[in-house]
Write a protein that binds this ligand. Structure first.
Ligand code: NAD
Length: 482
């Protein structure tokens, strides 16, 4: 057990929230320490919002919606461009904050922040291309903003989630109250200070940092919030659906995953294995889309094991600020312990440990570092193959036929992401088209800012990005003339 330590001289304090276009002192008095994951030092103290702060933010968003809800396409496009410009100017500070507060490796933090900031322009493009009005005979159908949106985010890429949800909401004509993960208070502050410079209409953007069961619950409960867009765990997603029903909330849920990577038998291992490991260990394994089940042909298992052992040399654990580091610390002591318990469970259940294992890597005793771990001879019904670990732990599972590979891939309560690796493009596409997941990538992780993101099954409800993301913040209205 490691306790966080404090050096009072060095710590930052945040006591305000962003409400109605200004940073205002918190009504809530609770205080939380922010702990740096690389060495467990307290680096900041944050005053947490209460229900009253949340209600003030909702009131500001409601008032702003009375005007912004009638904005035209050009106004929204101009705001999206200003948001993009304002956030772009702070990319270096944002990266530094994500590295320090979260322990995000710079290898991942920089591109993911680019994606987040790029979402403003991607939303503008989608906004311009969408058909906002359709008319026939005496009928006119228009797309209308749903109203005030509560945006609740997870800690593993908070700036991405904020930018993405905000971009879609703004494009749709909604005003927002954001509840970022309380573990991401410093990153959020850097981002909000940047967005403040975009000169937004007052009350369009409100950001209230506090606990989920206080601020998040008030957003879900409040009758003046029309929509919740949530990124986080299945358990909290389920409670939001349940509690949001009382006020008929529109709900988008981006939840967990246990994503399969199918290695076809014609895959070239020299490329396939590094690609599969990259998908497994991205964001130090703390990624909803991480490819944590690697499905390999049974007759190639020995070659796969050898290729994994070799390729692991490149997955260095270390200082997240070092561009060579692939795997940084876990975000918190709690997350460290969660990963340890799953590694232990894998061993107890009889999976074969190929690399990694329990404990901290040598030389990294101070922070929440874990060993990137690969298990082989995993059965798909073992706990480590079924539950989302949210750490750098990969399960290798063998299959005997293409049909069996598809069956194992789909045998999961999740369906967020999947990957196929092979050389025959036709065959890879055929396999991809049978996977029950919201996104399937062929031959490595690529991105398209207009492509939808979201899950089948327990991975969530609804989609984000591009026009799919904007649709989630819209109602459809038909006017029929007699
Ligand atoms: P979490 O569910 O614990 O928390 C997410 C957010 O919900 C936080 O801001 C938290 O304060 C808030 N919250 C907690 N209780 C609440 C309540 N009762 N009402 C309203 N809000 C409440 O999740 P986490 O630990 O922050 O994030 C990890 C999870 O997020 C993983 O399961 C991961 O797969 C998922 N995730 C999904 C995606 C995706 O795009 N699908 C992306 C990243 C992370």
């Amino acid at each position: 057990m490691m306790n966080a330590t404090t050096n009072d001289d060095a710590i930052k304090t945040i006591t305000t929230h962003y409400i109605d276009g200004a940073f205002v002192e918190s009504h809530g008095r609770g205080v939380m320490d922010i702990v740096r994951p690389t060495d467990a030092q307290v680096i900041a103290r944050v005053t947490l919002a209460d229900e009253e702060d949340t209600r003030r933010a909702i009131a500001a968003a409601k008032l702003a919606f009375a005007t912004y809800g009638h904005s035209i396409k050009e106004e929204r496009a101009a705001i999206l461009r200003r948001l993009h410009e304002a956030a772009s100017a702070q990319i270096d500070d944002l990266t530094a904050a994500m590295v320090e507060e979260y322990g995000g490796v710079v290898q991942f933090a920089e591109p993911i922040l680019q994606t987040g900031i790029g979402a403003f322009l991607a939303a503008e493009k989608a906004l311009q291309e969408m058909e906002w009005t359709r008319s026939w005979d005496k009928t006119t159908v228009t797309l209308e903003p749903v109203g005030v949106a509560g945006l609740i985010t997870a800690w593993n890429a908070t700036a991405l989630f904020i930018c993405l949800k905000l971009a879609s909401a703004v494009a749709a004509g909604c005003t927002v109250v954001i509840k970022p993960s309380e573990l991401s208070s410093l990153q959020t502050r850097v981002l909000v200070e940047a967005l403040h410079k975009a000169n937004l209409p007052k009350g369009l953007l409100n950001v209230v940092t506090g606990l989920g069961n206080v601020v998040g619950a008030e957003l879900v409960r409040h009758p003046d919030v029309d929509k919740i867009s949530f990124t986080g765990s299945v358990a909290v997603g389920q409670s939001i659906m349940r509690d949001g029903a009382a006020t008929m909330k529109r709900i988008t849920l981006e939840l967990g995953g246990k994503s399969p990577t199918i290695l076809l038998d014609d895959a070239e291992l020299g490329q396939a294995i590094p690609a599969a490991l990259t998908m497994a260990f991205m964001n130090s394994g703390q990624a909803c889309a991480a490819g944590t089940r690697l499905l390999v042909p049974k007759n190639r298992l020995e070659a796969v094991k050898q290729a994994i052992r070799g390729a692991m040399q490149a997955f260095l654990v270390g200082d997240p600020a070092d561009p060579k580091t692939a795997v940084g610390p876990m975000v918190s002591q709690k997350q460290y312990e969660r990963v340890q318990s799953y590694i232990r469970k894998g061993i107890e259940d009889g999976a074969e440990l190929l690399v990694g294992g329990e404990g901290r890597p040598a030389g990294f005793e101070a922070g929440y570092f874990v060993k990137p771990t690969v298990f082989v001879n995993v059965k798909n019904d073992m706990t480590i193959a079924r539950e989302e670990i949210f750490g750098p732990v990969l399960s290798v599972i063998t299959y005997e036929s293409e049909d069996e590979a598809i069956e194992i891939a789909n045998d999961s309560k999740y369906g967020l992401h999947a990957a196929v690796i092979g050389t025959d493009a036709q065959r890879s596409r055929r396999v991809a088209s049978q996977l029950r997941a919201g996104r399937v990538v062929i031959n490595g992780m690529t991105d398209d800012p207009q492509a939808p993101w979201g899950g089948f099954k327990y991975s969530g409800i609804g989609r984000e990005y591009g026009r799919y993301g904007i649709n989630a913040f819209l109602e459809t209205r038909a006017i029929l003339e007699g």
